[in-house]
Design a protein around this ligand. Structure first.
Ligand SMILES: NC(=O)C1=CN([C@@H]2O[C@H](COP(=O)(O)OP(=O)(O)OC[C@H]3O[C@@H](n4cnc5c(N)ncnc54)[C@H](O)[C@@H]3O)[C@@H](O)[C@H]2O)[C@@H](O)CC1
Ligand SMILES: [K+]
Length: 498
């Protein structure tokens, strides 16, 4: 398998399918896909109960019929349900049906009322689904979802859009999904992870990028291990940069403190907080290493080489004024929360970002992203890759669109989908922590692209580490994420584990 793992929308997968040469003696892609499915199915069907195979009217159904044939030949009891019009089956699927019949297999046109199956194989629809499921398919999906039986989905859980991760009405909720040739965005973001269960990639001996260039990749540990900030033995704090964080208006000082503490724990040399609240404390007693000062004095701090604006910034006129100064500074800048909201509300600020000479990172959640591009939240939720890329190109920025499967989009229109993280991150302050982590990684000299990728992955991986330890997902706190991020980064950089 080639790394990083490429991700293709359905159109790209079809290009690859068309381009792969199949020699006279090598099995078709459908034969390879069906066998891969059958091999996985036999690890999941652990008791003698029959296996139910749902086969649809296209090539996804063909894959299912090939899998059914192998399982039958391995002496499993297999029941196939298919409504496909034989005269309209695509050629490979018609061949698969003939081969299924040749081994004595049969198809029933309806889902039997009540049976005790050990496994359900969902081969109704894959990348060819273009509309909500018709009857009876919608009914079958609802009925198998309601069974207490594991479901193995082929390529894409039926009903889920392979490109967006949104469902066309009802969709299969699988325990396992085996996907072919390459990853698809819809499996990794939006509702995809909830519908896919455990994802298994089978490339079918095809090196996809040889046949079609990718513009998206999976952001996983393998990728970030190559991006770690250097830590020479001969070091001093000046090597690791100084981060200035603008935020902390009245009632929201905690947001800036969280960002500052995160920056400190992920290795920034110095961290200054410029707080808008006139009554803000002069020191953080739990983190006295942070240097607190009024917002108007932030940019006077010595050695500042990275800025973060947004945590607890608020939307006051004063906030706009400070934000204008920060945007004009010639330093890498992370924009989050109300910094993004203020920018969304002002054409002048929008234009300034696109014109900045130093790099800009933006970390919107879906509602902030919707405001930035004037879209509805619904559009953002169902077009995550497109919207993240639009923001990146429009603002010449490095963008993390947060949510399940955070999309990291670059100004050159390449993108990544993050594989780490869990619902524990849906809690207050975790966005401030991400902003602080990004500031610290930039301060340590990472390029904006590498800081974004490592920061987003590390933030999610820290939450995953906490969940493994039983801390969350329920009740996980942003402060706990900071500590776990520090532990993980030390493991990765120094090989230390606890
Ligand atoms: N073409 C190839 O070379 C390969 C295809 N593969 C499999 O083929 C799948 C793609 O096959 P297809 O392009 O045939 O697409 P699908 O099998 O996903 O579905 C397309 C069929 O479903 C119909 N359809 C779409 N939405 C419907 C709805 N809501 N209700 C009822 N019918 C609907 C279409 O009219 C068409 O007949 C992949 O996901 C993968 O599983 C694999 O075998 C690998 C190789
Ligand atoms: K499917």
């Amino acid at each position: 398998m080639s790394h990083p793992l490429p991700i293709y929308p359905a159109a790209g997968i079809r290009e690859i399918e068309r381009a792969v040469p199949i020699g006279p003696d090598s099995p078709s892609l459908m034969e390879r896909a069906g066998l891969a499915c059958a091999e996985l199915a036999r690890t999941l069907a652990t008791d003698p109960r029959p296996i139910l195979v749902l086969a649809g009217p296209g090539n996804n159904g063909g894959d299912a019929l090939v899998a059914a044939r192998w399982l039958k030949q391995w002496f499993y009891r297999v029941e196939v349900v298919s409504r496909a019009d034989e005269a309209r089956l695509p050629p490979d699927a018609a061949t698969a049906l003939a081969a299924w019949r040749a081994v004595g297999g049969s198809c029933q046109p309806d889902l039997p009322e009540k049976r005790d199956w050990g496994l359900v194989i969902d081969g109704l629809f894959g990348i060819g689904l273009t509309r909500p499921l018709d009857a009876p398919y919608a009914d079958w999906v609802q009925r198998v979802n309601a069974l207490a039986v594991p479901i193995l989905a082929l390529d894409v859980p039926s009903g889920l859009d392979a490109d967006t991760g949104c469902s066309h009405g009802v969709a299969i909720r699988a325990q396992h999904t085996v996907t072919f040739l390459a990853l698809k965005p819809g499996l990794l973001t939006a509702n995809g992870p909830d519908h896919c269960g455990q994802l298994h990639l089978r490339t079918l001996d095809v090196l996809a990028p040889m046949y079609h260039p990718a513009s998206g990749w999976l952001l996983d540990e393998h990728l970030v291990r190559g991006l770690l900030p250097p830590r020479p033995l001969n070091s001093h704090k000046g090597l690791f940069g100084s981060v200035g964080i603008l935020g902390g208006a009245a009632g929201m000082t905690g947001a800036a403190l969280l960002a500052g503490r995160a920056a400190l724990h992920v290795g920034a040399g110095r961290v200054y907080l410029g707080l808008l609240d006139d009554d803000a404390p002069a020191v953080d007693p739990l983190q006295p290493e942070l240097m607190l000062r009024p917002a108007g004095h932030l940019l006077d701090a010595p050695h500042l080489n990275v800025l973060v604006a947004g945590p607890g910034l608020g939307r006051s006129a004063a906030a706009v004024g400070y934000l204008q100064h920060v945007l004009a500074a010639d330093a890498p800048l992370v924009l989050d929360a109300d910094a993004l909201n203020l920018i969304a509300a002002s054409d002048a600020l929008k234009a300034r970002i696109a014109q900045r000479k130093a790099p800009t990172l933006m970390t919107p959640h879906p509602a902030e992203a919707a405001r930035l591009v004037g879209a509805s939240i619904g559009d953002v939720l169902c077009q995550r890759v497109e919207i993240a890329s639009l923001i990146a190109v429009r603002f010449n920025a490095f963008v993390a669109l947060k949510g399940v499967g955070t999309v990291c989009a670059m100004p050159n229109a390449t993108w990544f989908i993050n594989a780490s993280g869990n619902p524990g991150l849906a809690s207050p302050g975790t966005g401030d922590v991400l902003a602080g982590i990004l500031g610290a990684l930039l301060a340590q000299g990472l390029s904006p692209r590498d800081a974004l990728l490592l920061g987003v992955y590390l933030h999610g991986a820290a939450a995953d580490r906490l969940r493994e330890r039983g801390i969350g997902p329920v009740g996980m706190t942003a402060s706990e994420v900071i500590g776990a991020a520090r532990d993980l980064l030390n493991e990765w950089v120094y090989g230390l584990s606890r």
